[in-house]
Design a protein around this ligand. Structure first.
Ligand SMILES: C[S@@+](CC[C@H](N)C(=O)[O-])C[C@H]1O[C@@H](n2cnc3c(N)ncnc32)[C@H](O)[C@@H]1O
Length: 353
């Protein structure tokens, strides 16, 4: 890629290769076309204008390229533009590009409004990355779990114990569960024999997705890559489970909510967890929240333990670390690494010592 290209074009092209590497050749193709369109002064230029002067880091922090392809997919899912909907149904890149090229002009306002909204995603298969951490807390403490999720989006991963998992040669969860997932699991099995009972669950997000609103549900689906049918099907099933469970994600800033709600409780292991959230806070908020979590940890006791479980990227690497800190003691363990969408897990944690 030429160093002279504007960052907005570099971002589209880099996101294209990320999509290809993460199993979405369709979006790889569409984003390459979008980069060429921007350079040719096509309709992509107007839609990307709000990020035109952002540097490469700014483009990725704002997920600007993902907003663009999300806006097209949302239009397809809505059925409001039959040509776009048909082309997406066929997963035909030429037909999609032809249809969205028209829509980017004819439906500019709608697409720009979608892109102006902060991306909202909730990746259900991240539950398979977190599962081993929850099992580890249950195994180490022998106590029922109180689960508090911050930055939960629509709260789909707050139902993690209601899903069925295949992790290498092991399975965990209700055999009749409608949400089922597997992954390319490497390493020892997680502690699937640990007794797990979730006795309390709560979740917050600064901008929760209200699944009872079809437009908001569709926004979540729009950010799933259109050529990844299994992710879309899993998301649909998880939305149904979460709606049936009646879980409400509270609207709150993570730090405020943790300060107000989360503290150890005798007779249960209190687990604070999150996935793909930390990068959305400025560094000073990250330090403040980490300090708050350590303060809460310092109040934990053997019969009121406190765990901090998270799946977050180390820097800009396109992979996630799964980490667990357990108090009393506050020992931090790197349990494993995983693909950002849970397609693979390299498990280091193991059920010992
Ligand atoms: C990439 S999404 C991840 C959602 C979910 N954890 C998952 O893994 O599917 C990031 C989420 O962080 C939320 N968020 C960002 N900053 C926040 C904050 N300070 N307090 C609460 N939620 C926040 C956003 O609203 C968004 O829902």
């Amino acid at each position: 890629m030429s160093k002279d290209l504007p960052d907005v074009v570099k971002a589209l092209t880099l996101q294209a290769s990320v999509c290809r590497n993460m199993g979405s050749p369709l979006n790889g193709d569409l984003l390459d076309r979008a980069a060429a369109d921007w350079l040719a002064g096509g309709p992509v230029k107007a839609l990307m204008a709000p990020w035109e002067h952002a540097d490469l880091q700014g483009q990725f922090d704002a997920a600007a390229p993902l907003r663009l392809i999300g806006s097209w997919h949302e239009l397809a899912l809505s059925g409001d533009d039959p040509a776009v909907a048909r082309a997406y149904k066929a997963l035909d890149a030429d037909a999609i590009w032809a249809a969205v090229s028209i829509a980017m002009v004819a439906r500019y306002d709608r697409l720009a409004a979608f892109m102006a909204h902060e991306p909202q995603t909730n990746e259900v298969r991240r539950s398979i990355c977190l599962l081993g951490g929850f099992l580890e807390v249950a195994r180490m403490t022998g106590l029922p779990l109180r689960c508090f999720e911050i930055a939960a989006s629509a709260g789909l991963n707050a139902s993690w114990d209601r899903y069925r998992y295949t992790v290498g040669d092991a399975v965990w969860g209700d055999p009749a569960a409608s949400v089922r997932m597997d992954t390319a699991w490497n390493g020892p099995p997680p502690a699937v024999e640990a007794p797990v009972k979730v006795i309390e669950r709560a979740a917050c997000d600064r901008r929760p997705t209200d699944l009872t609103d079809p437009a908001q549900s569709r926004r979540l689906m729009a950010y799933i890559w259109a050529d990844q049918a299994d992710r879309l099907a899993r998301l649909r099933a998880a939305i149904e489970v979460t709606l049936a469970n009646g879980l409400t994600v509270e609207r709150a800033d993570a730090a405020d909510w943790v300060r107000a709600k989360v503290r150890p409780h005798t007779g249960a292991a209190t687990v604070l967890y999150h996935s793909v959230f930390w990068q959305y806070m400025p560094p000073e908020s990250q330090s403040a929240l980490a300090a708050l979590i350590a303060e809460i940890g310092a109040t934990a006791t053997a019969d009121a333990p406190f765990a901090w479980l998270r799946m977050e990227p180390p820097g800009l690497a396109p992979r996630m670390d799964i980490r667990l800190t357990l108090w009393p003691g506050g020992e931090e363990r790197l349990l494993g690494h995983c693909h950002p969408h849970g397609a693979s897990v390299e498990w280091l944690g193991g059920p010992s010592p």
